[in-house]
Design a protein around this ligand. Structure first.
Ligand code: ZN
Length: 261
């Protein structure tokens, strides 16, 4: 089955991974800007990274017939440095018109600090000013519930925001309901050890239905499996779900949210 991985950090993966993804039916990926494995020292470092995301990665993907899309921001971990964050925010508009850029992301919270919240809101302002959709990272494990609540409260207090253009990612059983009920899209990240497994994601689909739900592999520096979306497809097939239901989650939904025809 053809599918889209809506959240995968291909800069941390090998070219062999692109080939494997293509053979498993992946025809498009979307890559939010994130942490580089170390804190970057200057805005120029981010400018080079955004060139990698908008110039080099699309070519690497295209050699396996995969369309590459991306999102730009300074991630929550590095947002603790407010001055650097503001320099990056001021530079982002240089890249917004590039053909593979979908919007602002993945912004969010990491440790739910005041500085993270300040820079989160400044990203939201940037997205509103430039009419960009937003992709949101929610914190890990013990910080997830509180961080998700803080993010939803910040978003809901801004009446200019169009919920249908915001995706809240890394939802789990205890956070998916408030995200969907508020009218946002929700992403489930399939990880080998934390976040969701393909089985838990299938349970969530069975409980809440497929509307505004996406699944992704995240495929980042930590233990992660770039072919996790095919694992989810298989789990759904083995449970007897229809092709059209599965296709809605791995194909129709990401295309709708990304605004692809
Ligand atoms: Zn990510």
């Amino acid at each position: 089955m053809q599918y889209i991985d809506p959240h995968i950090h291909m800069v941390s993966r090998t070219t062999d991974d692109y080939e494997t993804l293509a053979k498993m039916g992946c025809v498009a990926v979307s890559e939010p800007a994130f942490w580089a494995g170390f804190d970057r020292g200057s805005v120029e470092s981010f400018r080079d990274y955004f060139r990698q995301l908008t110039e080099f990665e699309p070519g690497r993907a295209a050699s396996y017939g995969i369309d590459h899309y991306t999102w730009l921001c300074i991630n929550a971990k590095e947002a603790e440095n407010v001055q650097l964050s503001r320099e990056v925010l001021a530079m982002i508009p240089e890249f917004l018109d590039r053909p593979n850029v979908l919007g602002i992301g993945e912004i969010g919270l990491n440790k739910n600090t005041k500085n993270e919240s300040i820079i989160f809101l400044e990203h939201v302002e940037l997205a509103i000013q430039h009419q960009q959709p937003i992709l949101i990272h929610t914190p890990h494990l013990e910080d997830k519930y509180q961080g998700t609540r803080m993010i939803l409260d910040m978003l809901c207090s801004d009446r200019r925001l169009d919920c249908s253009r915001v995706l809240v990612d890394h939802v789990e059983e205890h956070t998916v309901r408030p995200v969907l009920e508020t009218g946002f899209w929700a992403g489930m990240t399939l990880y080998p050890i934390t976040k969701c497994t393909p089985q838990r994601a299938a349970d969530i689909v069975e409980r809440y239905g497929p509307e505004r739900l996406l699944v992704n592999s995240a495929g980042d520096w930590g233990p992660s499996k770039p072919t996790a979306v095919p694992d989810f497809i298989l789990e759904m097939r083995l449970r007897g779900h229809s092709q059209s239901l599965i296709r809605k989650i791995v194909w129709d939904n990401p295309r709708e949210f990304f605004g692809l025809d």
